[in-house]
Write a protein that binds this ligand. Structure first.
Ligand code: CP
Ligand code: NVA
Length: 306
């Protein structure tokens, strides 16, 4: 069987996503009813964290145990990766011992090198360029709340970072539109975002214009992990790219607010928005668990309907 990795959103097709969103629904429903579902009995997931995490760590670890498998957690500091063992060698070794690998690292190229030397599926748990597991959960959350995402308008306010790039790939794959507003100098780089069809997004100088009539408003931190040296200059550049009540009023009255978390209230989002009635951030965070269980099931077992 050919190994399928999940390194960026466009690695799966629209049909794969239709299958996954249905599996997420089934898996979540069983979880809520305390019905055990253990299709990955005796399988092992290795997780490699070269950056910090709360949600990704807990959702993958809890998810794999719930599906009957076990988990090994490695960080740069407590593995030979921190002592310069080549990533290729690490991939060759780990993938002979486990069934699935999740990695959170810096450059996408490092993740791709690992995958090229792995005997088992590799999942992107966040790189500088992409965060596909988060958008998988975000789109599922939107579908749960609003039925479907095809044809919808998503407003992205803030940095053209890993989250923004992945929303743009998702728009191409699933057929919706993204309205992006970034400060000058932080615009989308289509090649870095891995875009094929640039017609799926529009850029706006004014964040309120990007939010106009949107079905979903979403943002993320001004400074992503790995870019901390730019923190002070980013605070100045991004000051007007905060999701406020005024921006939410520009969107549809039914618009949702999402944030991948962790959030900084008073920076990229006001507390009145993230803690307000349109915010679905806690469902969004919970859905990481259900989304990744469906993803792991798919990568290890293929399209099952159990
Ligand atoms: N959203 C997200 O990936 O959170 P963590 O950094 O806590 O894993
Ligand atoms: N863009 C953020 C997301 C954190 C989950 C970062 O990369 O730090």
């Amino acid at each position: 069987m050919t190994i399928r990795h999940y390194l960026q959103f466009r690695d799966l097709t629209r049909e794969d996503y239709a299958h996954l969103f249905e599996r997420m629904r089934v898996i979540k429903d069983r979880f809520k009813r305390y019905v055990a579902y253990q299709p990955l009995l005796d399988r092992t997931l290795a997780m490699v964290f070269e950056k910090a995490s709360t949600r990704t760590r807990v959702s993958f670890e809890a998810g794999m145990y719930q599906m009957g498998g076990s988990v090994i957690n490695l960080t740069t500091g407590d593995s030979q990766l921190g002592r310069a063992e080549p990533i290729e060698d690490t991939a060759r070794v780990i993938s002979r011992m486990v069934d699935l690998v999740m990695i959170r690292t810096y450059e996408q190229a490092r993740l791709e090198t690992f995958a090229a030397h792995s005997r088992v599926p590799v999942i992107n748990g966040l790189t500088n360029e992409y965060h596909p597991c988060q958008i998988l959960a975000d789109v599922f959350t939107f579908i749960e709340q609003r039925g479907e995402i095809e044809g919808a308008t998503v407003a992205w306010v803030g940095d053209s970072n890993n989250m923004c790039n992945t929303w743009l790939q998702a728009a191409e794959t699933l057929g919706f539109t993204v309205h992006v507003s970034t400060p000058p100098g932080y615009e989308v780089e289509p090649a870095r975002a891995g875009l094929v069809d640039a017609s799926r997004y529009r850029e706006f100088a004014d964040p309120a214009e990007a939010c106009r009539d949107a079905d979903l408003v979403t943002t993320d931190v001004w400074t992503s992990m790995g870019f901390e040296a730019e923190n002070e200059s980013r605070k100045k550049a991004f000051a007007a790219w905060r999701v406020t009540d005024r921006l939410m009023w520009s969107a549809k009255p039914t618009a949702l607010f999402m944030h991948c978390l962790p959030a900084h209230r008073g920076e990229e989002v006001d507390a009145t928005v993230i803690d307000g009635p349109q915010s679905v951030v806690w469902d969004e965070a919970e859905n990481r668990l259900h989304a990744q269980k469906a993803l792991m099931e798919f990568l290890v077992l293929g399209r099952t309907h159990a």
